[in-house]
Design a protein around this ligand. Structure first.
Ligand code: ADP
Length: 337
């Protein structure tokens, strides 16, 4: 990314400028101090000569010789300091570049994730929009467009609009910041589970899927709406990815200061190679197995993960293909448990 490259460059220049300012300042002070010391030494030498009882005869050309030596020493000192500063410039340049890259790495990663997210979202938005556009254009070009055809078209468009709305809701949910703990309350997970089951019951009934609820009364701290949403996502998936007339089971267990909620289904299962990615945004396992049968954009589990993260918990899954999947949510218990 160009912006990051130029930021790395600018930061490198700043770091290097600071290093060089220190190094040149240090060299100037060193040069000045050495010069003062040299002059003081010479003056002391001269005083010794002058204070001798028997005057020491001055060799001819002694003063010139001394002057040349002073100039030579100064020259050596200047050359050494110049060399020192050149080495600092080279090593400092490399170190500054390394440091600048390290400093900007998290920002670069966040920007990359953001642009990947925007690209994926735009791609997902394009598909239903293109479908709608094509249908409308074809209908408008049809001179024999009847009321029935138009009605069919509007119905189909409405379906696409519903999908788009679900997608934009999901996207908004993912980008929303919801870490405000001041609205949190002590919640009983049994009540949360009952509310979530209530929301997915009609889907379960349509598929004749039984929901076997064994969630006990455990208290956690959190946002009620988000925790209900979390369980709705998991139970909804369990129903979506299971055949009719199976059972979805919910359990809860305490371990130390944590409660583990498990959502167990007897559904299609998830391939081992897909399992590490299912919590990624827009990830849908094996489209040939899932996309044809169910609607969705692969946002549910990433929203679930975000909710669990905000609540200081963890989420993971295990699955056996064609046998079923289990999703585990671990949440810290409220301190009075
Ligand atoms: P969506 O359901 O909209 O596709 P999710 O993020 O909820 O998106 O799930 C991601 C993918 O994980 C799904 O497409 C599906 O392939 C897989 N998955 C999630 N839950 C289950 C489950 N209970 N059984 C089988 N596969 C599942």
């Amino acid at each position: 990314m160009n912006i990051i490259r130029s930021a790395v460059f600018q930061l490198t220049i700043w770091y290097l400028a600071i290093i060089m300012a220190l190094s040149i300042g240090f060299s100037l002070v060193l040069y000045r101090v050495s010069d003062i010391e040299l002059n003081r030494g010479l003056r002391r030498q001269q005083d010794i000569f002058l204070n001798q009882a028997v005057p020491v005869p001055r060799l001819p050309g002694f003063d010139e010789f001394r002057q040349t030596q002073i100039l030579e020493s100064r020259g050596h000192l200047q050359a050494n300091l110049l060399l020192f500063n050149l080495v600092v410039l080279l090593l400092g340049g490399a170190a500054s570049y390394f440091l600048a890259r390290r400093t900007l790495r998290p920002i670069a990663e966040a920007m990359e994730a953001q642009s990947r997210f925007t690209a994926d979202a735009s791609h997902e938005l394009r598909t239903p929009l293109t479908a709608m556009q094509t249908e409308i254009e074809v209908a408008l070009r049809d001179p024999l467009l009847t009321k029935e055809i138009a009605e069919g078209l509007l119905k189909s468009n409405l379906e696409e609009v519903a999908k788009l709305k679900a997608l934009s809701d999901g996207l908004l949910r993912l980008t929303r910041e919801d870490g405000q703990r001041d609205t949190w309350e002590t919640l009983d997970i049994k009540t949360i589970a009952d509310e979530a089951i209530g929301q997915v019951l009609s889907l379960a009934t349509t598929k004749e899927i039984a929901i076997d609820n064994h969630i006990s009364n455990f208290e956690v701290q959190g946002d009620r709406v988000s925790l209900v949403e979390l369980l709705v996502i998991l139970i909804d998936n369990a129903i979506k990815y299971s055949d009719a007339k199976t059972t979805v089971k919910l359990t809860s267990h305490q371990r130390g200061q944590t409660v583990t909620i498990a959502v167990i289904d007897q559904g299609h299962g998830i391939k081992a190679s897909d399992l590490p990615h299912i919590f990624d945004r827009f990830y849908r396992a094996d489209p040939s197995r899932s996309k044809e049968r169910t609607n969705g954009y692969g946002l549910g589990l990433s929203i679930a993960k975000k909710i669990v993260d905000v609540h200081g918990g963890t989420i993971d899954a295990k699955s056996v293909l064609d046998k079923g999947s289990t999703f585990f949510v671990r949440l810290p218990l409220a301190s009075n448990n």
